[in-house]
Design a protein around this ligand. Structure first.
Ligand SMILES: Nc1nc2c(ncn2[C@@H]2O[C@H](COP(=O)(O)OP(=O)(O)OP(=O)(O)O)[C@@H](O)[C@H]2O)c(=O)[nH]1
Length: 733
């Protein structure tokens, strides 16, 4: 369908590094579906805004603003903290939309996939562009559910700043920690928005403390709430000493008053705000030398005389340096506090030129994203975010560059900066820049098409979905020939299943969901093997002797060593063949056919007859490693999950009793107002279908978050039970 659209040349000199966001077919299809009403096929996309009615502002005015006025930001948080609601309000106040969307009604702009609207959660990141007070903001709303962590990671790479949204009644929650760590890894400056201040149990103080304690971040309190819970009516701007009160009668929150705090009418509040402002000034001065000089010089006698702009500039520098995080509060649902958040985004988060992106790239077609609608643009200046389509061989996490030489230069630079893992020898791999980290899938299940004839359609659908979402893995079971899906969680696999049906029109059947175990060995073993085969008139002869032993350090791939004298004169191709053989043997352990980890393999001797092919070398080494693994004492490792369950205190006992039956270990039980929070570990195998059980146990009042902690050894009794249960299935993966 896109071939009908007009093509534009791209001035690649103006185009900065552009990370591919493979636009999913669903989004393109969804756009086209909505466009069909207005656009005859073949019409140019750049005429889109005029055609989609009054809901979307004219786009052309915002295509090329000065770079200092651009903000590329993401919104991140724990599931249900209110990212999508906050985004909706942002879009409304900026004039991007003319009505308020509601996640609970399923009509938000950014959650546009059918599955998102039905479930009220964000699965895929959506990008939108809007103006705020002369700034152009490119905003990405990212998912909060742990199953879609990769989606968050791939967005963070292209962002210059982020807003972390918190539920003010819960403070820092499990997934907040994960996304915060990811943002630390990508060095993203952040501001915090304590949302849901209107909710019963909301506590500004508690939420700020949890940022300090759990995230180990230094909160800069730029606002104080005016009331909490039902009494929440606005915020105090600590920097300018003004109060912002929303008009109760205003249905959409557009109408609010900003008034200076006065001694006469707000004595107590003014005192509290002055103290907070002085503390803020001292805090910023501690972190920023330039500001410290200013404060200690001109304003040491009276901080009240320090102009708000000077403090704001210093807060901007501190935010950019990531030595502290500005904190704001509000209630997106009740339409309070979102406009000041927008001001803070433009004021404190950096423009692209304040961040160091130096790479150049070239592509042939660019689209500006507006959630599920796109406008084709001829060029793009540095620092913008756009989409590109029609790239057949790229996948999420790739980087597009303008030429091989610039890729090599970039790779060298990345290497110097230590951002790249040890580089491989092959040229293609040398061209890669630091990619996104793809988490290992913990669940798998078989998937079957409705008939054998539809298998190619299923393969095609899975190939497309995988390019978009590399955390989805697809394998072929060597024994049954069935296709196996490996994903991050039950929900992840369920959504993939659903998307195959809706977007590719294929009704597929999933086998039972199974846990992705790993295996290791408990003692060192020796093995030798010889492969002697004549193919045509060529003799292939290899003899190998090696030792496999367990290692303490956790290592997913086997550590390969050569005994003295072995491997010294080995040609590179033979060495690669040996290592390939070892790796392939370790993919299928002897107990369950699961990957083998935490092992070291030492090659003691190797005799290769001249003319032996590398395939035969690999085959012999692989067989010898498998022989050794079979001889060793073996151990199953199972995925252990971090679990956090939040419930009303009355339900604590049944939840604990249930967790005990699931081999759970409780680390801590916290009290938060009327709620109890149970923190602990539980094996993944025991937690399947937990949401349904928890709902029944707590009358639907509890929530929980799960995250992979590590792989741990199963105790002998559980291991025996598992092996006997799976005895018919030991060769599945
Ligand atoms: N009381 C209250 N509820 C809110 C507020 N903001 C959002 N909610 C509600 O919280 C729930 C989750 O809101 P979302 O905006 O979907 O949260 P999210 O963080 O985007 O969730 P995911 O996309 O699933 O990660 C919805 O029921 C909202 O109506 C708020 O300020 N106050």
């Amino acid at each position: 369908m896109f071939s009908h659209l007009g093509k534009f040349g791209v001035n690649h000199k103006k185009t900065p590094i552009l990370h591919i966001n493979n636009m999913c077919c669903s989004k393109i299809k969804a756009s086209l579906k909505r466009l069909k009403l207005y656009v005859p096929l073949g019409r140019n996309y750049s005429s889109l805004p005029g055609l989609v009615g009054n809901d979307i502002k004219s786009l052309h005015s915002i295509i090329s603003p000065p770079i200092a006025k651009i903000r590329n930001i993401g919104i991140m948080a724990h599931i249900d903290a209110g990212k999508t609601t906050t985004t909706e309000r942002i879009l409304y106040y900026s004039g991007y939309t003319r009505s308020l969307g509601d996640v609970d009604d399923g009509d938000t702009v950014t959650d546009f996939m059918a599955q998102e609207r039905e479930r009220g959660i964000t699965i895929q990141s959506a990008a939108v562009t809007f103006d705020w007070k002369g700034y152009r903001v490119n905003l990405i709303d990212t998912p909060g559910h742990v199953d879609f962590t990769l989606e968050v990671e791939r967005c963070l790479r292209v962002l210059d700043g982020a807003v972390a949204v918190f539920d003010a009644s819960a403070g820092v929650e499990a997934q907040t920690l994960t996304v915060w760590r990811q943002a630390d890894k990508h060095k993203i400056p952040r501001i915090c928005f304590l949302n849901k201040m209107d909710k019963t149990g909301a506590s500004f103080k508690y939420a700020v403390e949890s940022i300090r304690e759990k995230l180990k971040a230094k909160p800069l309190l730029l606002q104080l709430p005016l009331g909490e819970g039902k009494a929440f009516k606005g915020v105090v701007d600590v920097v300018s000493k003004e109060k912002l009160v929303w008009n109760r009668k205003s249905e959409d929150g557009k109408d609010f008053e900003r008034k200076p705090l006065l001694e006469m009418s707000d004595a107590e509040l003014l005192k509290e705000t002055t103290e907070a402002r002085n503390a803020l000034i001292e805090q910023v001065a501690d972190l920023d030398d330039e500001f410290a000089d200013l404060v200690l010089g001109e304003f040491s006698e009276n901080f009240d005389l320090l102009p708000a702009e000077k403090l704001q500039t210093a807060i901007h520098r501190v935010t950019l340096a990531q030595t502290a995080v500005p904190v704001l509060c509000g209630s997106a649902l009740k339409n309070k506090g979102v406009q000041p958040l927008l001001d803070a985004i433009t004021m404190y988060l950096p423009s692209p030129e304040e961040r160091n992106y130096e790479f150049l790239e070239r592509i042939s077609r660019l689209l500006l994203p507006f959630a599920d609608q796109h406008i084709e643009i001829p060029s793009l200046t540095a620092g913008n975010i756009a989409l590109t389509v029609g790239l057949k061989h790229t996948a999420t996490g790739d980087t597009i560059v303008s030429s091989k030489s610039s890729a090599l230069a970039a790779a060298r630079r990345a290497e110097r900066e230590g951002e790249k893992k040890p580089r491989q020898n092959n040229e293609a791999e040398r061209l890669l820049l630091a990619g996104v980290e793809i988490p290992e899938p913990v669940f798998f299940c078989t998937i079957e098409p409705p008939s054998v004839a539809r298998q190619p359609d299923l393969d095609y659908a899975l190939k497309c979905l995988q390019r978009e979402d590399p955390s989805l893995k697809v394998k072929l079971d060597p024994d049954s020939g069935q296709t196996v899906l490996c994903g991050m969680g039950e929900l992840h696999i369920e959504i993939i299943h659903d998307r195959i049906k809706r977007e590719y029109g294929l009704e597929t059947y999933l086998g039972p969901l199974q846990v992705a175990y790993r295996e290791t060995i408990l003692n060192a073993v020796h093995a030798t093997d010889t492969l002697d085969r004549t193919l045509g008139d060529k003799r292939h002869l290899v003899t190998v002797e090696l030792e496999v032993k367990p290692i303490e350090a956790s290592s997913v791939t086997p550590v390969i060593k050569y005994a003295a004298g072995v491997g010294e004169d080995l040609p590179k191709v033979s060495q690669e063949a040996i290592e390939n053989g070892i790796h392939s043997a370790c993919l299928q352990g002897p107990l369950l056919g699961s990957p083998v980890q935490d092992v070291a393999i030492t090659l003691h001797s190797l005799i290769i007859h001249p003319g032996t092919s590398t395939t035969m070398i690999s085959a012999c080494v692989s067989r010898c490693v498998q022989k050794a693994l079979k001889k060793a004492d073996k151990q199953v490792l199972e995925p252990l999950m971090n679990l956090e369950v939040t419930m009303m205190r009355d339900y604590l006992s049944p939840v604990l009793a249930d967790l005990a039956q699931r081999r759970g270990t409780i680390q801590e039980i916290q009290t938060r107002q009327e709620n109890k929070i149970v923190i602990g570990f539980v094996p993944l195998a025991e937690i399947m279908g937990y949401s349904t059980v928890l709902r029944t146990l707590t009358s639907g009042s509890a929530t929980f978050a799960l995250e992979l902690s590590n792989y741990q050894a199963m105790n002998p009794q559980d291991q025996t039970t598992l092996l006997s249960r799976r005895s018919g299935l030991t060769q599945v993966l």
